[in-house]
Design a protein around this ligand. Structure first.
Ligand SMILES: C[S@@+](CC[C@H](N)C(=O)[O-])C[C@H]1O[C@@H](n2cnc3c(N)ncnc32)[C@H](O)[C@@H]1O
Length: 267
């Protein structure tokens, strides 16, 4: 399907693909694909696929005999995904109402989208509905903020200089760190053999300034928080000192970024 997106949407998604995917997300695709047990010939769905890093990993594993679909709410993300791989079936749509028949996939995967869904229970029920009996769901979410590195210091910096709304926008990706809550969410959707495995991850950004600027100019507006230029500069001036312990000898920013991978089976 040809995806229609505005130039601004594509530019924002391309910035995400160029900075955030290599820094944070790419390393998780193979782990989520492993957890889902993707095999040659499988039909796989990637929910909240973004620019498609996990869908492309699934396509490599499913091979020529397989079939991969990626669905996301963001047209810009999908336009970039389509440029990177025109063969995968990219769809614009919501996780809470998947436009696919029941029992039509061998595996359903998703990484770092669940925390942003309006109705998480409905989304997990939908993942189960489209899965065949015996198929597996694998979903990655970030560990809690207090068990992550660097972001607690960045959240504190934002809280001090820009206020609670800005800080809360940066807290949002970390709200599903509670393992028991995740098990309940997946079991209540009717999945069985639900397991949560916590994995070590490592974030690598070109610099602290690049990382914080991307959050201020790229992420906060997505969450409805627009800061003025003066405030952005004031935060960037203090960011190096606030996050100095994560700067390497080469000047890059590196820190641990653990995540949970939740798996469940449709019986
Ligand atoms: C942090 S990105 C992760 C993207 C991708 N999975 C990756 O690893 O790069 C979160 C994605 O969730 C998508 N998203 C948020 N809410 C959604 C919903 N209700 N249905 C579908 N996609 C959604 C966003 O458009 C965004 O692309």
């Amino acid at each position: 399907m040809k995806i229609a997106a505005t130039a601004e949407q594509v530019a924002a998604a391309q910035a995400y693909q160029d900075l955030h995917v290599p820094a944070l997300f790419r390393q998780w695709a193979s782990r989520v694909a492993d957890a889902a047990g993707i095999q040659p010939g499988h039909r796989v769905l990637d929910v909240a696929c973004g620019t498609g890093v996990l869908a492309r990993e699934a396509a490599r594993r499913a091979g020529d005999g397989g079939r991969v679909s990626g669905i996301d709410a963001g047209a810009g993300m999908l336009a970039v995904a389509e440029r990177l791989d025109p063969v995968i079936d990219w769809r614009e749509g919501m996780a809470e109402s998947l436009p696919f028949d029941a029992d039509s996939f061998d595996a359903v995967v998703s990484q770092f989208g669940l925390m942003f869904f309006q109705d998480r229970s409905a989304a997990i029920r939908e993942m189960k509905r489209v899965l065949r009996n015996g198929g597996r769901v694998a979903v990655a979410v970030w560990e809690s903020l207090e068990n992550s590195e660097a972001y607690p210091a960045e959240v504190a910096l934002l809280e001090r200089l820009a206020g609670k709304r800005a800080a809360d926008a940066l807290r949002a990706p970390f709200v599903l760190g509670d393992r028991a809550e995740l098990v309940t969410l997946f079991e209540d959707a009717g999945l069985v053999s639900v397991e949560v495995v916590t994995h070590h991850g490592r974030a690598r950004f070109p610099s602290i300034r690049t990382m914080v600027e991307a959050d201020l100019r790229g992420w906060l507006p997505v969450m409805g928080v627009d800061l003025n230029e003066e405030l952005i500069e004031a935060i960037l001036v203090e960011a190096d000192a606030a996050l100095g312990e994560f700067v390497t000898a080469e000047g890059t920013a590196e820190f641990d970024s653990p995540a949970h991978i939740v798996t469940g089976t449709k019986s």
